[in-house]
Design a protein around this ligand. Structure first.
Ligand code: NDP
Ligand code: MG
Length: 404
């Protein structure tokens, strides 16, 4: 794949939709194309010669312009109106249609002729484009966690009704999805999500209470956006992943365990009723699960480095320390409460992390604020999508007020 002739040929076919694998012959829309997952999705598209039918982001017009030109994209959405008008001006010579606002982002998710939509937006903004893509019968390669955490039951039910495929991009869920192939979910005893433990693994609560954003952003293994890197440091990311796994694989929280695995080589495991444990291993590189979600059921060479097990050394596992990292317990509590509780968990955590990154609260306050939001919120049963989105927004506002 690093052969320059092959790379040049693939670059050309990405423009023409030439030799993409059958599974993505219809091309992709990338929602959140300028972020960490979005740019890595385009790395995969470039390497495999996948046509890009639409792009969407919030406000990064310069990068959207470069991406639109490179992939000759006919539909480009910038949520921010000023960015969209700048982009429309700069892309005039290309004939690309530029749309704006939340509606523009939703149009990029549902209205392009792509067969696959990658939802790599951050935050609650991923929920509606995902619903649109499912309604439009697209294959959804889903990176956005908030969609499954807040609205997972709704989305999975909708996908079943519409016969739409939702394929996980998150590495743990991709690992479980791969381990489940060829087996019935009825023969699963439990799922085992692995966690790196983040930069504060092994420390006690007193030592990390006043940790700075700079310290929390130093993830030992993965290179990701700031928000999810802080969630890894608090382990709320693993709490979210537990809820994601419940929704994707229709299992209760007590059948999903978390193990800290500092090397991030085993991406997750499935234990079957007979005691056999299947694991998926690989280097910590998001281009692998992104590519699998795009090319499934095909497997193709990837840009990710190959796993060298002797060089990786010992692979170790330990139980998570829920005294130091109470986020996992909060996520289990929200999952048990059901209804809008997971949206409250997610919304309040988003605000707390934002305030921490702005240095308005300490690291130790993040779970305290989320816990207070969960205790204080009125949980709605059988919520509509409108109820879920407003519970998420209200919890964000509640948590932000607590931080000020
Ligand atoms: P980033 O912050 O790096 O990127 C976010 C992207 O979303 C950017 O393109 C941004 O545009 C766009 N965006 C933000 N808000 C809006 C909006 N309202 N409308 C349209 N576009 C918007 O995030 P990541 O790539 O790290 O994460 C994306 C999602 O994937 C998150 O839900 C995260 O939890 C999940 N995820 C990420 C992983 C990772 O390795 N990074 C791993 C597993 C899951 P702009 O640049 O213009 O602001
Ligand atoms: Mg993950």
């Amino acid at each position: 794949m690093t052969n320059p002739t092959i790379m040049a040929r693939n670059r050309e076919s990405a423009r023409t939709g030439g030799c993409a694998p059958d599974s993505v012959a219809g091309g992709v829309s990338v929602i959140g194309s300028t972020g960490s997952i979005g740019t890595q999705t385009l790395d995969v598209a470039r390497a495999l010669g996948i046509r890009v039918a639409a792009l969407a982001a919030n406000s990064n017009a310069p990068l959207l312009e470069r991406q639109a030109r490179e992939f000759r994209v006919p539909l480009v959405a910038a949520r921010d109106a000023a960015a969209a008008s700048k982009l429309a001006e700069r892309l005039r010579d290309t004939g690309a249609r530029v749309v704006s606002g939340d509606d523009g982002v939703r149009e990029a998710a549902a209205a392009s002729d792509a067969g696959t939509v990658v939802v790599a937006v951050s935050g609650g903004a991923g929920i509606l484009p995902t619903i649109d893509a499912v309604e439009a019968g697209k294959r959804v390669a889903l990176a956005n966690k908030e969609t499954l955490v807040c609205a997972g039951e709704y989305i999975m039910r909708l996908a079943r009704e519409r016969g739409a495929e939702i394929l996980p991009v998150d590495s743990e869920h991709s690992a479980i999805f791969q381990c489940l192939r060829g087996n019935d979910i009825g023969s699963v005893r439990r799922l085992i999500l692995t966690a790196s433990g983040g930069p504060f693994r092994g420390m006690d609560a007193d030592a990390i209470r006043d940790a700075t954003p700079e310290m929390a952003l130093r993830h030992p293994n993965w290179s990701m956006g700031d928000k999810i890197t802080i969630d890894s440091a608090t382990m709320m990311n693993k709490g979210f992943e537990l809820i994601e796994a419940m929704r994707l694989f229709s299992l209760p929280s007590e059948r999903i365990d978390v193990l800290v695995h500092p090397q991030s080589i085993v991406h997750s495991m499935v234990e079957y009723t007979d005691g056999a444990v299947a694991a998926q291993l690989g280097t910590p590189d998001m281009r692998l699960p992104i590519q699998y979600a795009l090319t499934y059921p095909e497997r193709l060479p990837s840009l990710a480095a190959r796993l060298d097990l002797p060089a990786a050394g010992a692979l170790t596992f330990e139980a998570p320390d829920t005294d130091t990292f109470p986020a996992l317990t909060l996520a289990r509590k929200a999952a048990e409460l059901g209804g809008t509780a997971c949206a409250v968990l997610n919304g309040s955590n988003d605000a707390a992390v934002r305030m921490f990154l702005q240095k308005k609260i300490t690291f130790g306050m993040i779970p305290v604020i989320v816990g207070a939001a969960l205790d204080g919120a009125e949980i709605k049963r059988d919520p509509s999508i409108r109820d879920i989105i407003s519970a998420y927004g209200d919890a964000d506002a509640f948590a932000e007020r607590m931080c000020l």
